[in-house]
Design a protein. Structure first.
Length: 265
């Protein structure tokens, strides 16, 4: 990789953090599983940023439509230029984006997702309930809400973890700056370092509340969802996450874990 190539933070974010091609198949399969094989058509991606999931969703078939919701113009513009523009005219016509607050989102969909822990942005129970209630109202009977969640003992202390991609010549750093045990608020940064270049600090920063599975499960049922199903990530031979999520009723004690919380209306 040439050192002269401009650094594209959204490209590296997708490489390091996202897997939209696999995610859309997982989402579709879970909907089918919970609805007796029925096929979903519309996906709403809340906190969608560059709306890469939306773009991958409509590629699943000509009846698939997607709606992206985000407040920030910059990632929406990036997604339009770099992802939407690479699709066919017919596929582009089935993707819609709304620059608005997800608390005001009115677009109806079979599946709503808020992933990459984006809903951790809401720090109070009142606001979280308002968001979940909005999702419930815009889902049809049988519709599902998909949230990802993370935790583990490692999340209760400051730490930094490096993941190196030797093939592409860069390292990704997940930096937990702090954790407040009283409020469960924590601050995170993403850094990148390309081979032969200085480390780029604080490329992305997140100021979140670390919500637990139990808290989210209780809130989802309070607003009217059925009891959520938890899909836990398995581990590979080295003890690292393998990207395979299976339904569980009991988690594992570990330093770091990731799961999906899926609630049906």
């Amino acid at each position: 990789m040439s050192k002269r190539e401009p650094f594209d933070k959204y490209r590296y974010y997708r490489l390091a953090v996202q897997s939209p091609e696999a995610d859309v198949h997982f989402f579709r399969d879970r909907y089918r599983e919970l609805n007796g094989g029925l096929e979903p058509q519309t996906l709403r991606e809340d906190f969608c940023a560059t709306f890469s999931l939306c773009c991958e969703w409509v590629k699943l078939g000509r009846d698939y439509r997607a709606i992206g919701v985000d407040l920030d113009t910059e990632p929406l513009a990036y997604g339009t230029k770099h992802y939407l523009s690479q699709m066919t005219v017919a596929q582009q016509a089935r993707v819609t984006t709304h620059q608005t607050d997800v608390l005001k989102a009115a677009a109806k969909a079979d599946i709503i997702c808020a992933v990459n822990f984006s809903y951790f942005y809401f720090k109070t129970r009142v606001t979280m309930k308002k968001y979940l209630t909005r999702c419930l109202k815009t889902l049809p009977r049988g519709g599902i809400l998909i949230l990802d969640c993370f935790g583990g003992s490692k999340c209760y202390e400051a730490n930094e973890e490096e993941t190196e991609d030797e093939e592409l010549g860069y390292s990704y750093f997940w930096d937990q700056d702090n954790f407040d045990p009283i409020t469960s608020h924590a601050r995170f940064h993403i850094h990148f370092k390309r081979k032969g270049e200085a480390k780029r600090m604080n490329v992305f920063t997140y100021d979140w509340r670390l919500w637990s599975i139990a808290e989210m499960s209780d809130l989802l049922q309070e607003v009217g969802f059925n009891k959520p199903k938890i899909y836990w990530e398995g581990t590979d031979e080295e003890g690292e996450g393998n990207g395979i999520f299976s339904p569980v009723t009991q988690g594992e004690e570990c330093e770091a874990w990731i799961c999906y919380i899926i609630a049906q209306k």
